[in-house]
Design a binder for this molecule. Structure first.
Ligand code: ZN
Length: 323
């Protein structure tokens, strides 16, 4: 049945990575331009890694693939963000395809099913100097997260993707539930949004579970670095040949931002909002809320390593350098 996989070569949005792995690029209507899904060949049908965003274009692409006679055995998710999980419920509901997510990911989708899930972020923004924040809620948010996964995996567990056995590696930071999948013999690592080739993945606090995401992100890099990886398959953009070099570049980019932030508070204590606007400018609402969140996340990291300290003045947190 999955001899049909070669048919995928006819599709412009598909790229063959190995004999058994194909990359499918699905357009994303916001933020990132496209998201990568991976199709892993298997006797019982392909395993799909990430689904792309919930969109008509995405459904059309998947319908076309299934229309070629390609059977889908299951969907496995790297993390719960909408550009990766978006069509999971659609696969389950419309096509009877089972969906697998990590136990932390399951917690995150349960959290997103609740009304007021963004209250924590609103109060966090208030605490950091931004009083008029209203989070972006897409109209399909309440649809895509409202499902029960068919299977759960944990850190260190073996997961069969196609016909091959991979190790599930919990790599939080980009999101609390982020997972990579590693094949020790082929030295393939599916890295999701932990490492991207051209841009640095965002590292943001998303809920009260996220204590210090940037620290976790750096620890996840160390975890990946312990493995022999000859090819890394990211959630966006091109395949990465030297994941170690790319992680180092991203780490240096963060160090540069951290230095910029400590320089910004050299002479006086400031809120995250002030520092964010000084570094990034004011920008559009979505962009500046991402920038503010990145700045808050970095100050939390800087405080955890003893570089800065915070004090509450008039209900807002002000950061200053530790002498
Ligand atoms: Zn993504």
């Amino acid at each position: 049945m999955n001899k049909c996989l070669e048919l995928l070569n006819q599709l412009p949005m598909v790229k063959k990575i190995t004999e058994d792995i194909y990359l499918l690029s699905i357009p994303v209507p916001f933020g990132m331009v496209q998201a990568n899904c991976y199709l892993m060949r298997g006797t019982n049908g392909i395993t799909v890694i990430d689904t792309g965003v919930y969109s008509k274009e995405g459904m059309d692409i998947w319908n076309r693939i299934m229309g070629m006679g390609i059977a889908i055995e299951k969907v496995v998710l790297t993390h719960y963000h909408i550009d990766h999980l978006g069509l999971a419920r659609w696969f389950q509901e419309k096509h009877g395809v089972p969906v697998f997510i990590s136990s932390v990911g399951n917690r995150e989708i349960k959290r997103r099913q609740k009304k007021g899930y963004a209250d924590y972020v609103i109060s966090l923004f208030k605490q950091h100097g931004c009083k008029d924040f209203s989070p972006l809620v897409t109209e399909y948010d309440s649809y895509i997260y409202d499902f029960e996964p068919d299977g759960i995996f944990e850190d260190g567990q073996s997961v069969r993707l196609g016909d091959e056995i991979y190790e599930a590696l919990w790599t939080p930071g980009h999101s609390a539930d982020h997972f990579c999948f590693y094949h020790p013999v082929q030295q393939i690592m599916i890295v999701g949004d932990l490492v991207l080739d051209k841009i640095a993945p965002i590292v943001l606090i998303e809920s009260h579970h996220d204590v210090n995401p940037l620290r976790e992100y750096f620890i996840s890099f160390e975890k990946v670095a312990k493995h022999s990886v000859s090819i890394a398959l990211p959630g966006h953009g091109n395949v990465i040949e030297n994941v170690y070099k790319r992680m180092e570049e991203i780490r240096l980019g963060h160090r540069h931002r951290l230095e910029e932030m400590t320089a910004a508070i050299k002479d006086e204590a400031k809120t995250s909002l002030t520092v964010s606007e000084e570094i990034y400018g004011k920008g559009k609402a979505l962009k500046s809320s991402t920038h503010l969140m990145a700045t808050i996340t970095r100050f939390i990291y800087l405080e955890s390593i003893g570089k800065v300290k915070s004090q509450i003045i008039d209900g807002a947190l002000f950061y200053s350098l530790v002498e």
